[in-house]
Structures are given as C-alpha cells and as structure tokens.
Design a protein around this ligand. Structure first.
Ligand code: NAD
Ligand code: MG
Length: 382
C-alpha cells in the first residue's frame, strides 16, 4: 500500500487523483492532503479517506475544533510541514502555479516519489529539481499527459531516439487569426475543445503558453536537447505524444482525453497496464489526425528555446509574468493579447543570474508580479 500526500486535492487534477485512489483502495491510502480556498472540500475528503494531516491555505479554527484527531497546517509553509509530517511514500503535486515549486523541492529533499502535475515546478526550478535528483534525492514521475505518454514510450525503448514529439490540440483559438485574438473574452478562452481542466491551464492552452511550458518540462524530465523536442497538432487530443526513432519509426500513446489515465500511470510509477502503438511509417498512421505545428501563428512557443538556453531566472520570470497576466485577463483587466506582451516585456527585462537558489527564484517571482501589477494599473508602459 502506497501512502499518498495529495497537494491541491480540491482541483481538477486533485479530484481525479482521488478518483484513481477510490478505484484502487488496496494500492493507495491518503495520509495527507491540502486544499486552497475550497474549505468545504476538507470534510468530504476527511470523511471518505480518514487522513490525519491536512493543510489549508488560510487559518481555520473551526476545522481544528471539528476534527481534533487531525493535525492542521496553514499557508505556503504549511504545505512543506504537511509533507514532512504525514509519513508518505509519494507526494502528488496538483497545485497550480509557482506555489508548487517549494513543496516539490521539499518532497525530493525528503526522498519522496514526486508525481508531478505542477509543470510550473520545472519551468521555474528545473535546474534545482534535476540537481536534487542527480544527488540521489527522491524520484520524479510526470502526470502531464504528454509527458506520461513520452515516459511510457521511452520505457519501452530509449535508445536511438531522434525526437520527442509533443502533441497540441491548438486550444480554444486555433481557428482564429492573430488579429481576431484582440477581442476574445475569458469566457471564450475557457472553452477548451477537448480537455476539461482548471481555469489557469485552460487559458495557458488557449495562449499556447501551456505547450511552451511542456517543451521546457520535457527538456528537464527527459534530458534531450531542445532541438530534439518538437510539437505537432492533434486536434482531437487522441494522440498524447510520440517518440521518433533514428530509423524513422515511432512509438505513441493514444486514447481518449482523460487525465485519470496519466495520473494512474504516475501513481503506479509505471507498474500498471498500458498500450503503446508502434508505427513503422508515420504516413500510414491515420493520415488525417497529425499535422505540422504552426510556429508563426503561435510564436510564444519559441520562448521555450530562450528559457532552455539562458536558464537561471528566465523560467521564473516567464512563469510569474504569465500567472499574473492570466489572472488579470480572467478579471477582465487586460486583453488576451496583452498576456503575450507582458511575458515578453518581463523576460526581456529580467537581470538573469546562473544557478539561482530557491530564495533567488522566489525573489524574482515576487518582483515580476509587482511589475505586472504596475503594468496592469498603467503605471509601467510596455
Ligand atoms: P486547479 O485550479 O483545478 O487546482 C489547483 C489546486 O491548487 C486546487 O486544489 C487549489 O485549491 C490549489 N491551490 C491553488 N493555489 C494555491 C495556494 N496558493 N496554496 C495552496 N493551494 C493552492 O488546477 P488543475 O487544472 O488541477 O492544475 C493543477 C496543475 O496541474 C497545474 O500546474 C496544471 O498546469 C497541471 N495540469 C493540469 C491538467 C488538467 O487536466 N487539469 C493537465 C496537465 C497538467
Ligand atoms: Mg499537457
């Protein structure tokens, strides 16, 4: 029985991770979990899974009174205390945003298996995470569907790899021109064609920041060069990603878009059943379903190269600018097209340093957020 600490249990990934646990009660037990603002979820999860350690974003005296046998932690630091206290084997990190980085670090420092949905961890702290892994701390398994797919293919064959091909649905605005993007609303952007996900990642999918993150994520997870990581459209999100080998053959993972599949794969650390398709000639594979990616229509994905080449604080600047811009867009304070402009401004103006510590990354995160607030208020011009 694997003891699980689930961070972000009330979210889209968190809820589906709980579904996986319900289906496999012999394999997993929930020893700790966290929620952000959705405090009403706490009782529901305690009553069903009986964990003894819980973290909530804001201090809550009523919960402490209601559950005298449960130890409660609060705030960002509470997440780290929860990981250390709950005696888990695996931390499932389903937090959204930069707040996920420190708990990922703490999980590895404490030699836990880290099942990672929080891609912002690798975008902002990929170097730190890989250093911990290289030094023998813990283990990392991806939850993101494309990376779980790549991981499955690479588990079968990891020699003679030519390229990793990450598939993209194109998001809510694939059919719109860049000019038409000027007038889209948050409601439009939240209508993802194939996946049902949390609000932030749905906007990231529409802006293609999500695919930019996923290139960076693949780079840190699998250790291939940037030039070996490609994007391809698969509008139906039926193909989750492909590995191309030197002889021109491919392996790929296909199936209906359901995050419980990669979550289960990650939680079982690959020790569960899955099918991988082997293709000798890609032209023969359902010719209509895979298309070349349009790098001109979605130029933001090229930022992945800069983040990978320049390293240091670039990923943190990119992520913080994006997070704040996305929330300002959802609050209808800026236009959709401003998200990209804010990102470029922040990445261009960050004074980069190499091998930053967590504290230096955090400082950059805070300062970029302040800059974005000023941009949104009109105090700084782009
Ligand atoms: P979500 O918004 O649905 O859930 C986020 C969770 O984090 C919630 O439980 C929320 O309460 C918690 N949280 C947010 N801010 C917090 C804070 N400051 N302190 C403590 N808790 C906080 O998000 P999601 O869609 O489940 O995505 C989670 C992560 O997984 C993201 O990094 C996302 O990019 C990634 N991901 C999601 C999907 C998907 O299908 N939803 C797919 C692939 C990757
Ligand atoms: Mg993905």
């Amino acid at each position: 029985m694997k003891r699980i600490c689930l961070l972000g249990a009330s979210g889209s990934i968190g809820t589906q991770a709980l579904d996986v646990m319900k289906k496999h009660p012999v394999d997993f037990s929930l020893v700790g979990f966290s929620v952000g603002n959705r405090v009403e979820k706490v009782s529901e999860i305690i009553n069903e899974f009986s964990p003894k350690f819980v973290c909530v974003k804001k201090e809550n005296k009523e919960l402490v009174k209601q559950y005298p046998n449960v130890t409660f932690y609060f705030g960002d630091e509470g997440l780290n205390e929860l990981i250390k206290a709950c005696d888990c084997d695996m931390v499932v990190n389903a937090l959204v945003g930069f707040v996920g980085l420190k708990p990922s670090i703490v999980a590895l420092e404490n030699n836990k298996v880290l099942a990672l949905a929080n891609k912002e961890t690798l975008v902002t702290g990929g170097e730190l995470i890989n250093k911990l892994l290289k030094d023998g701390h813990g283990k990392l398994v991806p939850i993101d569907s494309e990376h779980a797919a790549l991981s499955k293919c690479l588990l079968i064959q990891s020699d003679n790899v030519d390229k990793l091909v990450i598939t993209a649905s194109g998001g809510a605005f694939r059919k719109l021109s860049r000019e038409q993007l000027e007038s889209v609303t948050p409601e439009d952007a939240l209508k993802h064609p194939t996946w049902s996900m949390g609000n932030k990642i749905t906007i990231d999918s529409a802006s293609m920041v999500n695919k930019t993150f996923e290139i960076i994520e693949a780079y840190y997870l699998f250790g291939y060069k940037y030039e070996q990581i490609e994007l391809m459209f698969n509008y139906e999100s039926f193909v989750h990603s492909l590995v191309k080998y030197n002889d021109g053959s491919y392996r790929l993972d296909e199936g209906k878009p359901d995050m419980r599949v990669p979550i289960k794969y990650a939680m079982f650390e690959g020790a569960c059943e899955y099918d991988i398709v082997y293709i000798q000639h890609i032209e023969d594979y359902k010719k209509s379903s895979l298309y070349d990616f349009d790098y001109e229509r979605f130029p933001i994905v090229n930022l992945a190269k800069r983040v990978i080449d320049e390293k240091g604080l670039l990923g943190a600047a990119f992520n913080a600018a994006n997070e704040e811009a996305v929330y300002a867009f959802l609050d209808k304070k800026i236009k959709f097209t401003d998200i990209e402009k804010i990102i470029y401004f922040c990445v261009d103006n960050v004074s980069n340093i190499q091998n930053p510590s967590y504290e230096e990354i955090k400082k950059c995160d805070v300062s970029i957020r302040e800059t974005v607030h000023k941009i949104v208020k009109g105090e700084v011009n782009l």
